[in-house]
Ligand binder design. Sequence first.
Ligand code: ADE
Length: 418
Amino acid sequence: MKHDVKDIKLSGKGKLRIEWAGRNMPVLRQIHARFAKEKPLAGRRLAACLHITTETANLLIALKAGGAQVTACASNPLSTQDDVAASLVKDYGIDTFAIKGEDNKTYYSHIKAALDTRPVMTMDDGADLVNELHSKRRELLKGVIGGTEETTTGVIRLQAMANRGVLEFPVVAVNEAKTKHFFDNRYGTGQSTMDGIIRATNLLIAGSVFVVAGYGWCGRGLAMRAKGMGADTIVTEVDPLKALEAVMDGFRVMPMAEAARLGDIFCTITGNLNVLRAEHFRVMKDGAVVCNSGHFNAEIDLPALAKLSGKRRVIRDFVEEFTLAGGKKVNVLAEGRLVNLGAAEGHPASVMDMSFANQALSAEYMVKNSAQLKRQVYVVPEEIDKEIARLKLAARGTRIDKLTPEQVKYLNSYEMGT
Ligand code: ADE
């Protein structure tokens, strides 16, 4: 099997949409142009387990221009854009294994197909590729020089592996770059999550009680956007510092047991397990909408909701209505999978530009430096981070000040006081 996509005839639409996204990815475009000349990834087999979107397509095309032999597979069963997958195969010669709505068995068969190419580099969003390599395909490990990881959840998993001494190759944590999480996690997730909820439900956000579970970078972005659209926004947290920040950012903060009674719309975005559980569903209002924007579909205890419910039906695309004893209805969006990619198109290209510039430059960094790196999780070098910010500002036409010689001297001294 060279590829597995829903319908290769969708490629025409996919190609146009890839071009459209590319227009808002000026930093990646510059990297693409340099890669095409310098071929820093020449001959490297690279397996990329990413959300197959128009933005990802632009990244994969840039990596291929850099000389990599790229194979792509989905990093989530519901996030694939089928027209993009088709175009990657037909128009760009990138073997792709991804179908929107694939079941778990197909999802893992697609990861297997990517690993069958014997990659020397991995590119992950959630660490499923690295995990499969370490658990089921250990014979391939010695050929791998290193990998990159896109998201918070993946970095947490990889760090756990490194801490236990079981990670077999170095990985660059793209998520930890400032030009990634300050922007993608905050503004990208904020906007795309609202987009997913609105596309799925067409509910009015203004005047609703909107509960955001988790106040990390993604939760901050989502709470900010919900508030901006006029929702009475409640934050739930387990970390006292983040909870305090949410309070001072102007949100109501309370335990989920209390928020569950008040919310009209709930979105989990914690990276943890069973954040919404039976005890919460039991006290929710009739018609409550629950969704998740964290990486895995583990944040809403759906088996518990199913157990509490007699009837369930899909009432509109990406909305499943559960009827609880007594007739109360709770609506789950996008099967509890990340609603921004399941029911919408993920983050806009302009923000993925920086995330994927980090991916491309981190892959190049790995090729140049893997021999010196240990089996650990590395942050993106600061020079790369700063360079991406500089290029992004330049592409926007935003100019900034430079320190004067006097200011440089002042910052390097301690003598001057009151
Ligand atoms: N993660 C969040 N949004 C994304 C997008 N548009 N493409 C790829 N990965 C994403």
